[in-house]
Ligand binder design. Sequence first.
Ligand code: NAD
Length: 497
Amino acid sequence: MAYENIDQLYINGARRPGSTGETREVIHPATGKPVATFSEATSDDTIAAIAAARAAFDNGHWRSFGTEQRSKILNQIADILTRDKDLFAEAESRDTAKRIIEAEYDMDDIISVFRHFANEVLKPHVREVNTGREGVRSRITVEPVGVVGMITPWNYPLLQASWKIAPAIAAGCTFVIKPSELTPSTTSMLMDVMTEAGLPDGVANAVFGAGATAGAPLSTHPDIDMVSFTGGLTTGKHIMANAAQTVKKVALELGGKNPNIIFADADLDVAIDNALTAVFLHSGQVCSAGTRLLVERSVHDQVVDEISRRADQIVLGGSHDEHAQTGALISAGHRDKVEAFVNAGIAEGAVLRAGGTRPTEPELRDGFFFRPTVLDNCNTTMSCVQDESFGPIVTVEVFDTEEQAVALGNDTIFGLAGAVWTSDDDKAQRVAGALRHGTIWINDYHPYVAQAEWGGFKQSGVGRELGEAGFAEYLEHKHIWQNLNPARSDWFPEGPK
Ligand code: NAD
């Protein structure tokens, strides 16, 4: 598979440039240099893609594909991605500046997502209902929700796309996806995989470009039945409001301000080491990053001294730099925001213990790098504790009791993820139960599997991805009631003729 013309839109099984001929450069974040030029879709191009997806859903032979055929297609997609893993990993690391090894790990996860939904679709999904009545058959069947609009962010471009595309195909939906304008390559390549795997034309469509133009019809157009969005809170609210006009089904995966709680009785060496991974993985550009470190007072100095020392040692570099431990931020604009976030935190009273600046090494000068940063002496009234930076910044707060740790961990509008480190299992279970976040790790941070649900409480989102619930999002449930002995109801008794 050559992956030709991936810089063009993919509509109804064919590549085409945007209708105005406009293009947009993709910039390599580690070098600041352009690496690709993609066609820019107008909202009319996106509406054309929606029409193709609508026709494929309403009139195409896709609706005749049974669960076994859909499962087979998903497994074929996984096979092709396994074959072409290196090509995809290379493209992903070029768009995002993540290390090649991280892009390879992402590919393993993406393949497992397609395999998971290939299995999930084969489970029985029809339920007989016990009505307690004679002469009645009542059953619940499932059907695809219809045409899905998908909008994805730049931090895990293909992974986030796979969490939506795999269940949508499993359910029998059709879709139009718009990846982030900063990282379109791998989503576009995936469209060629769809063709090779035997997906009928019009089932999968991809448009590229700005959210406000190329993306907007995905939440406003009446022919979209559901919009599934991963990205920032402000955009998510906008999409939800748009979707309300035609009462679309909405799934939102938004941000997080995730508490990572270290009790004094934890194995501190392990907890500290993992606290670094929790927040500085992919330079903090992870929705579930452990950005709020909550430390029991008696071990605060030991924990913060060590985390600050280790943060200063983290080596920044390009995707193929063997010594690099993490990469650049996604764009110059994003780095400006991260820098302003740190300065605002210091102005509010946070104490800078590590980082806080751009690196000075000449080889990093052209990329959008920022040093891993530790802000101590923080509290929940500060914006650096409450707002998402989406950069390599950890804020430190102290607590004295278990109740205080839980209260602090829940003192956020978000509810995506959190972790607790302790050697007391009763305490671990109590805290895990009391934290109002969608994923809780006990003595661990970050692992997830396709078989387990992912998503947020509170303003971290609506609905779930992955697991069983992540499949159900793409299904409509239909109740079929059958009277086996039809008879007159005589609710309205007949009068004289
Ligand atoms: P963003 O909200 O700026 O953009 C996300 C996507 O929305 C992009 O494709 C963008 O083009 C599009 N968009 C923007 N305005 C739009 C509009 N008016 N209509 C339609 N589409 C529009 O977010 P981002 O900066 O790309 O990503 C970072 C955010 O994503 C962070 O807040 C992060 O927490 C969140 N995120 C959440 C998860 C999760 O699983 N909860 C995963 C990854 C990222």
